[in-house]
Design a binder for this molecule. Structure first.
Ligand SMILES: Cc1cc2nc3c(=O)[nH]c(=O)nc-3n(C[C@H](O)[C@H](O)[C@H](O)COP(=O)(O)OP(=O)(O)OC[C@H]3O[C@@H](n4cnc5c(N)ncnc54)[C@H](O)[C@@H]3O)c2cc1C
Length: 402
């Protein structure tokens, strides 16, 4: 038997599951299809990564009723300290200067995924899991999807398919949507450290000879480390015993937080930029990492994805209330149009940040140091930088929720 839906969301990662939640009040018949069991996902190394959530994202999670389940696992970022190892430039940003309680919050991805999953289950989101979507065929004004499950194959038909199946999206491919790719040839080396001195809610971004290093506050004395290296250096540093790794880290970061001790496995995430050439195909919308997989240095990937989700949900809500077809071309075009500027801005920002801060060329090193000093003394520039980091600018562009 083939089940009929209005919307099938392929991929129950943070983007897909958040979209399912956002669509709950629309009355649309929606299903979320995810290939991995929650346990497999939460036990995977990817669950260890810490996510910096912009204030705009936290506001969205409040609206979606996720935040009350996640807030106690999150640490507020009250200060941002940006510096360049071996150079004079540095800047400090204070949330209090902007009259906000925090720039954003940091939490382990696994904890946020659990909170979103709990909200989905308590709000009655229909989920088919574990089930892998293996193909799609277009039949008039419907798309038919073939799903593989342990218990046997299944098919479902829908008016709109949402590709939320991550950077290597198959749905994007089946819909004939190409992608631009850029391999940075780098790996984000990720772990958690415990510091001798409290971080007092400070997120550190430090640009080192090997690549950018971020320490994000995670609990009272702990911090999530995201340290970018080229592939060879990453292999080498990841093979070190803890004391040698800690010595390298200490040398790169300095002693602002006293001695740093590694308290979690060290993992590597290869870094690539993948950007879909279009955000829609016939009866297909693309969101989250399926639309853009970014370098994590600016902590923007999921924040950007969540804004895709809320924009699509807002447009769908309005469109179907007026009796529209959820897979209509006009709606998908509106979605792509509404997201274009934010994507250009954030993807460009993350990409330029890498080029700028990984270059050892003296003019660039000088420019970035002058830039950091200027940032420290120019309230307007500082405000702009902070708004990018907070995801505030675009939150204003999210269509109103009804
Ligand atoms: C080290 C690191 C640090 C990061 N830090 C930050 C940060 O600080 N702030 C930030 O905003 N972002 C950050 N990011 C990015 C963020 O993690 C991602 O943007 C986000 O997790 C993507 O979510 P998603 O749901 O779009 O995709 P995914 O998490 O990739 O989810 C896709 C889902 O689809 C499922 N799936 C795939 N194919 C199929 C199929 N055929 N059928 C059924 N299911 C399928 C997969 O199992 C998966 O669960 C970081 C990333 C890394 C690697």
């Amino acid at each position: 038997m083939t089940e009929e839906y209005d919307v099938v969301i392929v991929g129950g990662g943070l983007a897909g599951a958040s979209l399912a939640l956002a669509l709950q009040p629309t009355g649309l018949k929606v299903v979320l299809v995810e290939s991995q069991t929650p346990e497999a996902k939460w036990n995977s190394p990817a669950g260890d990564r810490a996510l910096a959530l912009a204030l705009g994202s936290v506001e969205i999670f409040q609206e979606l009723n996720v935040w009350p389940r996640a807030a106690d696992k999150a640490t507020a970022i009250r200060r941002i300290h940006v510096s360049d190892r071996g150079h004079f430039g540095k800047t400090r940003l204070e949330a209090a200067d902007l009259d906000v309680p925090a720039f954003g919050y940091v939490m382990p991805a696994r904890e946020l995924e659990k909170a979103v999953a709990e909200a989905c289950s308590s709000q009655g989101v229909e989920v088919i899991c574990p089930a892998e979507v293996q193909g799609m065929t277009w039949q008039g004004n419907r798309v038919e999807l073939t799903l593989a499950r342990d218990t046997g194959p299944l098919s479902c038909r829908t008016r709109l398919v949402v590709a939320a199946d991550g950077g290597q999206s198959k749905v994007r491919q089946w819909a004939g949507i190409g992608q631009q790719e850029r391999d940075y040839g780098q790996v984000a080396v990720v772990t958690t450290v415990e510091a001798e001195r409290p971080h007092e809610g400070t997120a550190y971004e430090r640009f080192t000879a090997s690549g950018p290093l971020a320490l994000l506050p995670l609990g009272h004395r702990r911090a999530a480390l995201i340290w970018t290296h080229d592939r060879r250096a990453a292999r080498e540093i990841m093979a070190l015993e803890a004391p040698a790794f800690e010595a390298r880290l200490q040398q790169a970061f300095g002693w602002r937080l006293g001695r740093l001790r590694v308290v979690a496995p060290v993992r590597g995430f290869p870094l690539r930029l993948i950007r879909a050439r279009r955000l829609f195909g016939e009866r297909v919308a693309v969101v989250g990492n399926a639309a853009h997989q970014l370098h994590p240095v600016a902590g923007q990937g999921f924040n950007l994805g969540l804004r895709d989700v809320m924009t699509l949900a807002g447009l769908l809500r309005r469109h179907v209330r007026q009796g529209g077809d959820p897979g209509a071309l006009i709606l998908l075009e509106r979605y792509a149009h509404a997201r274009a500027r934010d994507h250009d801005r954030v993807i460009g920002f993350s990409d330029r940040l890498i080029e700028w801060f990984t270059s050892p060329a003296p003019p660039l090193a000088l420019a970035r140091n002058l830039g950091l000093v200027a940032l420290d003394h120019l309230p307007l520039a500082k405000r702009w930088f902070t708004r990018q980091a907070m995801g505030k600018a675009q939150r204003l562009g999210v269509p109103e929720r009804q």
